[in-house]
Design a protein around this ligand. Structure first.
Ligand code: URP
Ligand code: ZN
Ligand code: ZN
Length: 471
């Protein structure tokens, strides 16, 4: 037998189990798995993975690249963002295509125009594969365009319960009626769940020069108590339960939210939840730092007790996915706040550190098995987002999307040497294992010896047919 490439001598870790075996690749696909393939076969290239873990490429299902937001544009685009992902073992990402208000008009872009605009952002730049969730920002205008997007290969939609000033906010009517459509089309609605009207009231109460001077970025946490998220999750779950439409709660950060998801799933409600790496390892004490505003994101970082509940949820099953909500801003952009927390560009970088953070703090600290980590970073994201088994698996016929990581070798995080386009990192100075020594995307080596070697523009859009529990 002849193969283009063989990954030799590594421990292949999948969601189902781990075993020493070789992986053979022909073209873009995995062609064979077995013991000592390298010894029995002819291969164009042998990649030595001795002493390493060979895992399916990570799928980051929550990414914002080149996003106009909070009066600026997020600093990672499809060039730096996908290079950062590759270095962190990410081989597929899902961004959010958002329809904006057209210039000099009261009209908003159609869902199709939003998707076209995001395609343009990616083309010629992406080095890993990608697709988009389609954001419904104007329900009355967009509702009849949803089916057309499903037919175009986009099966996941998104509504935000906040961000009125961005023109992105959806109300209960939109969520309810969109969930009905999700049931009809076999597609899935992602929801950013925060209770906007109570949040407005809490912000108004604290938005005084005296409090801003005294508390600075801590007001971001003070104005978003846990019930801001949990009330909104409960409401979205109610509409999900009534309509039967597939719901996916993004970036869940609270223990209370996790309890609501658990109870709903126990009743058979079709709701899935994601958390992000930052909610598992960072807490709101960062807002006390002089540069605490850098860490502002929505929802904000919570307490250690919330972290513990989220880790438990990953183990018990109510938290299905770890993603990043990558939305990078550099120090100058974050500096736009000038002491007013409501003006901070919201979001953090994450693509490059998703696997290292969750591997080091999950697997090496005994919170997750390696197999469960692979399930939460790759296999279940692929299933839920309608890409399995093309993505998320090391099996014959799947895309040869693979990350090879050393089980213990740690690298110190330093924004200055990273691919991520920010002049700070939420994990600066942390010693993390799990950076990808070798990343393969559809059979191409795109990271070699921890350095990105993939060519700009080689990443492809991945069409989908289904999503959700049926995915
Ligand atoms: O702070 C965040 N999360 N920025 C990105 C937009 C969003 O809410 O996901
Ligand atoms: Zn969000
Ligand atoms: Zn987001």
């Amino acid at each position: 037998m002849k193969f283009d490439k063989i990954i030799k001598g590594g421990t292949v870790v999948t969601a189902e189990g781990s075993a020493l075996m070789d992986v053979a690749i022909n073209g873009e696909k995995i062609a064979a798995l077995g013991e000592n393939l390298a010894g029995n076969c002819e291969a164009g290239q042998v990649i030595d993975a001795t002493g390493h873990l060979v895992i399916p490429g990570v799928i980051d299902v929550h990414v914002h690249l080149d996003l106009p937001f909070c009066g600026t544009v997020s600093s990672d685009d499809y060039s730096s963002g996908t290079r950062a992902g590759a270095r962190g073992g990410v081989t597929t990402l899902i961004d959010f295509a958002i329809p904006y208000k057209k210039k000099d008009s009261n009209d908003y872009e159609t869902l199709s125009e939003a998707a076209d605009n995001w395609h343009k952002r990616a083309e010629g730049k992406a080095i890993i594969d990608y697709t988009f969730h389609i954001c419904i920002t104007q329900f009355d205008q967009h509702k009849d365009q949803i089916k057309g997007m499903v037919d175009r290969g986009f099966t996941t939609f998104k509504e935000f319960m906040i961000y009125e000033s961005e023109g992105w906010q959806s109300d209960d009517r939109a969520m309810f009626a969109t969930l009905e459509k999700m049931k009809e089309y076999g597609s899935m609605l992602l929801v950013h769940a925060e209770s906007s009207r109570v949040l407005d009231e809490l912000i108004a109460r604290h938005h005084t020069p005296e409090q801003m001077k005294k508390l600075g970025a801590q007001l971001h946490g003070i104005t978003r108590p846990n019930y801001i998220e949990s009330e909104a999750i409960q409401r979205a779950v109610t509409w999900c339960e009534i309509t039967g439409g597939q719901l996916y709660i993004v970036h869940m950060s609270t223990a209370e939210g996790t309890d609501i998801i658990r109870a709903a799933q126990d009743r058979g409600v079709p709701v899935i939840a994601e958390t992000c790496a930052q909610y598992l390892v960072l807490d709101d004490s960062v807002f006390e730092r002089e540069d605490g505003h850098l860490y502002a994101c929505c929802p904000q970082l919570k307490k250690p007790a919330d972290q513990e509940r989220l880790w438990k949820g990953l183990n018990d099953g109510e938290v299905s996915v770890i993603s990043t909500d990558t939305c990078s801003f550099n120090r100058e952009q974050k500096g736009m706040w000038n002491g007013d927390w409501t003006k901070i560009p919201m979001g953090m970088p994450g693509l490059e550190t998703l696997l290292p953070v969750s591997y080091t703090h999950g697997v090496l600290e005994g919170r997750l098995t390696p197999e469960l980590l692979v399930r939460k970073l790759s296999t279940d994201p692929a299933r839920i987002m309608g890409m399995y088994p093309r993505k998320g698996a090391i099996q014959v016929g799947s895309d040869a999307d693979i990350a090879i990581i050393h089980p213990t070798k740690r690298i110190k995080v330093d924004h200055a040497t990273m691919e991520t386009n920010t002049d700070w990192s939420p994990f600066q100075g942390w010693e993390l294992a799990g950076f990808s020594r070798t990343t393969l995307s559809r059979g191409d080596v795109i990271v070699d010896d921890y350095k990105v070697v993939g060519k700009a523009g080689r990443g492809k859009w991945i069409p989908r047919k289904k999503a959700g529990l049926a995915g």
